[in-house]
Design a protein around this ligand. Sequence first.
Ligand code: GLA
Length: 356
Amino acid sequence: MAEISSFAPGRVELLGNHTDYNEGLVLSAAIHLGITVTGKGVASDRVHLQSRQIAPPWEGDLKEELRAQKIWADYPRGIAWALQKEGWAIEGFEAQFDSTLPVGAGLSSSAAIEVATAVFLCRLFHFTLSPLKLAKLCRKAENEFVGVQCGLLDQVSSLFGKKNHAIFLDCRHERIETIPFLNNTVLLVIHSGVPHALTGGEYNDRRRDCFEAARLLEVTALRDVSSEQVLQLPEGQIRKRALHITGENERVSKGVDLLREGDVCQFGALMTASHRSSQENFENSTPALDLLVELSLNQPHVYGARLTGGGFGGAIVALVPQSVAQQVAENITRTYFQRTGYSAKAVVCKIADGAR
Ligand code: GLA
């Protein structure tokens, strides 16, 4: 059988941290790094999955009940599981995965592997699903098979990315729009060297706090309230969590206008404000991420910086003029190493098209 291949990018979250599962607003962008799947159908029910970066390979039979095994192959297996649940017939296949995305860097390698697998299987077995249906199917695999209660941000970003455009996502109305990104600026992503793992309990704890705040405020989701309304809650952890979400929704709304106006300085300031809220309210930053943000802001020309993705480790994103990006990256990683002994990895990200 003929080989086919698919590619799905990672993403950078620009504004709208942890808003997706609160039916809120997000701004993100797909990047030039991602995961490629190459493979073909085989004349049996066997499935063989192999990664160039992570061992061991996985081999099994799709007729047996699929259960997560806490291994990398759970992500592609979860997609096969979700497609089968939807009634699509999947036969035997082999697939090799090759990634240019650093794992655990908050650039959503998990959505990239899910989306790449979904696109690959749809082509291999001639299924047609709309991009939004595919995004939701990937989220279902991650929620119900892998067991991480993520929202829709990562999968939508990987599927709907557009070169040099930010992606606006309204999670309640499932409305997606691409907006031209700021001219002559780049996204400098710096991985702290301390991996994050969303399979840890913190992500699901934050989710619970947000739902509790919505319950106390007697609304369906935090999307329904403003920061001013949240201030009616008694002081404490639940109020702080909710203030992060409402603040982020408000920053995304402002951010969309600023992108349209091309106001790079104010957009950068919103990114920094987002990080401050992560530090003070959501407590999903770490000393390493805080240091990277401070080192970025100490550099002349940097417009703003924040953690990107779930938090609790991973990466930051700084908004930087293209002309100085490489120099800024070197300055930050050098000082970071002197201060911590960790090697941070900086990537000047190009905003790229979504999965193909
Ligand atoms: C992770 C999740 C996303 C989103 C972000 C935080 O990347 O997978 O769904 O919740 O964290 O904004």
